[in-house]
Design a protein around this ligand. Sequence first.
Ligand SMILES: [Zn+2]
Length: 191
Amino acid sequence: MPTNLKESCRSVHGAHEVPRQDRRQFLKTLMVGGSAVGLTWLVPAVGPRAAGQTEALLLSCMDFRLVNQTARYMHSRKLTDKYDHIVLAGAALGAVTDTFPAWNQTFWDHIGVAIDLHKIHKVMLLDHRDCGAYKVILGEDFAKDPPKETAIHATQLRRLGKMIQEKYPALTVELLLMALDGTVEVISASS
Ligand SMILES: [Zn+2]
């Protein structure tokens, strides 16, 4: 790299750096009692909202394969940092199955808390294809027959969606089904 370019890189980087001595002094000031200027400098420009309100509660499955895809989907919906999140194996099925009644209760408890604490006005129910919990609880590998798989998820999503709307008519409910590549299809509330 030519010397003049090196110099210009250094000056560009240097413009954003706090010299070591100043950093040490800054931290010392902060530890001793802080300063308004220093504290302002520490607060990120964009961060989580203050406790109070948020948009939605998301219910999703625990499947490790879709953790990033789920966050990416919520980001595409412009909901990053704007939703509460409850995770149950099987998502909608986990919330309604007789096999795990404690999970049903956990779901309703969390909806109640999300309403009380964060005034949510929407619940997003996000099932996914090739779900192990559906296989275990219902005893069938639905992934082999995609239309049948869509139908069984639609049944569970609609069942839970209806229960939510009966209990909390003010909430809107979205019924969603994610494929393993992260694409999401919307399931209509009525069959
Ligand atoms: Zn699953």
